[in-house]
Design a protein around this ligand. Structure first.
Ligand code: DGL
Length: 272
C-alpha cells in the first residue's frame, strides 16, 4: 500500500501550525507544504480575484504533487473558495474555518472573541457559522490587519512588538453585563504561532482555540476512506516546501520552514 501523500496549502507560514498537527497525527505520511507567498497576505485580497487565484494555484499544485488529499490550511482561503475547489478538482479537500462551534460549546460567560484576517471576518461563511452555532452568544469578530505578518516575522526570528500586538488583539477582549470574553478563536492559522505572546499582552486569561488538532483528526478520517493510488510522475519528496515567490527563498524564510519540518525548498513558477 502506498504512503498517504498530503498537500497542505496556505498563503504563507500559518499552515505550518496545521502541518505540525498532521505530522503528529500521521507520522508516516508524505507531507508537501505549499505557500502562495507571492499572494501573501490573502486577508487583504478582494473576494473574486482571490477565488480565481486560489483555484489556479491549486490546479498547479495538484499537478505537481498528485496528492491523495489537499488541506486548505488557511481560513481566508477556505471560507471563500472551498466550494469552488471541490467543484474544480476531484481530490478530497479538508478546509479550515473559524472554530466558532467549539467556542460556543466551551464558553461559560457567553462572550466569544474571534481573531481572524479582515477577509475572513467579512465572509458570509463566517457569519453563517455564528448564526448557526453561536446565536445564543455575544461574538466579537476582529479583522486583524497585521497579525499574520507579525507571526511570520516571529517565525523568522524577529522580536515581537508587544505594544503593536496588544492593539491588534484588544478588540476581542470585551465586557458585557458583568461578564467578559472567556474564549478566543484563533481564526487564522498564523495566530497559534503567537499564542504565548498574545497571552502576555491579554488583559485577562481566556481559553484560546487552535483548530489544528481537530483538522489533523479530520484528515486521518478522510484518508481512511480514500484510495491511495501511486503517483504517475516524480513528485516532490516528503518535507518539501513549494513557494510561488522567490521572496520566500530568503535564508530566514527557508530556516523558518525548515524549523517546522520542511527542509526542501522548491520554486513553483506560476508564469509558465
Ligand atoms: N493563514 C491564513 C488564514 O488562516 C491567512 C493569512 C493571510 O494570508 O492573510 O486565514
Amino acid at each position: 500500500m502506498s504512503t498517504p501523500r498530503i498537500l497542505l496549502f496556505d498563503s504563507g507560514m500559518g499552515g505550518l501550525t496545521v502541518a505540525r498537527a498532521v505530522r503528529a497525527q500521521l507520522p508516516n505520511a508524505h507531507l508537501v507544504y505549499a505557500a502562495d507567498n507571492a499572494g501573501f497576505p490573502y486577508g487583504a485580497w478582494k473576494e473574486d480575484a482571490l477565488v480565481k487565484r486560489i483555484v489556479m494555484v491549486m490546479g498547479r499544485l495538484i499537478e505537481r504533487v498528485e496528492p491523495h488529499i489537499a488541506v486548505i490550511a488557511c481560513n481566508t482561503a477556505s471560507t471563500i473558495a472551498l466550494a469552488q475547489l471541490r467543484e474544480a478538482y476531484k481530490v478530497p479537500f479538508v478546509g479550515t474555518v473559524p472554530a466558532i462551534k467549539p467556542a460556543a460549546a466551551q464558553t461559560k460567560s457567553g462572550i466569544i472573541g474571534v481573531l481572524a484576517t479582515p477577509g475572513t471576518v467579512s465572509r458570509e461563511y463566517t457569519h453563517a457559522l455564528i448564526h448557526t452555532y453561536a446565536y445564543h452568544c455575544k461574538v466579537f469578530l476582529h479583522g486583524a490587519k497585521r497579525l499574520a505578518e507579525i507571526a511570520e516575522q516571529k517565525l523568522k526570528g524577529r522580536p515581537v512588538d508587544l505594544e503593536e500586538l496588544r492593539l491588534e488583539v484588544s478588540p476581542v477582549f470585551r465586557k458585557r453585563d458583568g461578564q467578559k470574553t472567556d474564549v478566543v478563536v484563533l481564526g487564522c492559522t498564523h495566530y497559534p504561532l503567537l499564542v504565548e505572546d498574545i497571552e502576555r499582552v491579554a488583559p485577562w486569561q481566556v481559553k484560546y482555540i487552535d483548530p489544528a488538532p481537530a483538522i489533523a483528526r479530520r484528515v486521518a478520517d478522510v484518508l481512511d476512506e480514500t484510495p491511495l493510488a501511486d503517483a504517475s510522475t516524480a513528485v516532490p519528496p516528503d518535507g518539501t516546501v513549494l513557494l510561488t515567490s522567490a521572496r520566500g527563498q530568503a535564508a530566514d524564510s527557508l530556516a523558518a520552514y525548515a524549523a517546522m519540518g520542511f527542509q526542501i525548498p522548491e520554486f513553483l513558477d506560476l508564469s509558465v
